[in-house]
Design a protein around this ligand. Structure first.
Ligand code: CA
Length: 232
């Protein structure tokens, strides 16, 4: 994720104990994060490939593939090398922490943790990765979006966009080429649990396209039939 507070950060919770997983999901949702869940290491790798999160909370003791091994595999792949990972463990020995950090975890928390501290550490990791991932602005071709001011320009000319269109554009610009379904956009831009008709996405996408093309440029947003939308 880049920017900005424009779109909610997506945290993948990898934990095999359903009650623990549900508790984390509940608390993180209440803190404004979008959450998804996986119950083991293999499922986590699949989930990350399908819907890349901004941060992974990774339990150490997992069936099929341990948290440590999952973390190593994430670090070995270019696409996930810089994905923030916080390892959660019941193992509080210093040597376990060292092993966890050596496997590539960005941070390490020992159970039972305080939810307040966990949220603070998640935010710290997200700030760090955002600062590393982008300079000031998001760019795609001649389109620039400043996450601080929400100012959007194309070929240097400022565009008039509503707040929803800015969030839509920021989401598309995060991962150019990725196809976003209407459901994924609803979840990301409007928020889970907000009941909006998926045609609403089409309406705002239409406005976004119109604004982007107001200066005569070509249409940068592709409609992928039966699938959704993508930038470029
Ligand atoms: Ca476990």
């Amino acid at each position: 994720m880049t920017g900005s507070g424009l779109v909610r950060a997506h945290v993948l919770i990898v934990e095999d104990e359903p009650a623990q997983r549900a508790l984390l999901a509940y608390n993180l949702s209440a803190e404004g994060f979008r959450t998804s869940e996986a119950a083991d290491g293999e499922a986590a790798l699949e989930a990350i490939a399908g819907d890349p999160p901004d941060l992974v909370l990774l339990d150490w003791m997992l069936p099929r593939l341990s948290g440590i091994e999952t973390c190593r595999r994430l670090r070995a792949r270019a696409a996930t090398r810089d994905l923030p990972v916080i390892l959660l463990s019941a193992r509080g020995e210093d040597e376990d922490k060292v092993r966890g950090l050596e496997a590539g975890a960005d941070d390490y928390m020992v159970k039972p943790w305080s939810m307040g501290e966990l949220v603070a550490r998640i935010r710290a990791q997200l700030r760090r990765s955002r600062a590393a991932a982008t300079g000031a602005a998001l760019g795609h071709g001649d389109i620039l979006l400043d996450p601080e001011t929400h100012r959007v320009t194309r070929a240097g000319v400022q565009l008039r966009l509503g707040p929803t269109e800015v969030r839509l554009l920021a989401t598309l610009m995060e991962r150019p080429g990725r196809v976003w379904s209407r459901e994924a956009l609803l979840d990301r831009v409007w928020g889970r649990g907000i009941h909006v008709d998926s045609r609403t996405v089409d309406v705002h996408m239409g406005r976004l396209r119109k604004a982007l093309m107001a200066g005569g440029g070509d249409n940068p947003v592709r409609t992928v039939r039966g699938a959704g939308y993508a930038l470029g």
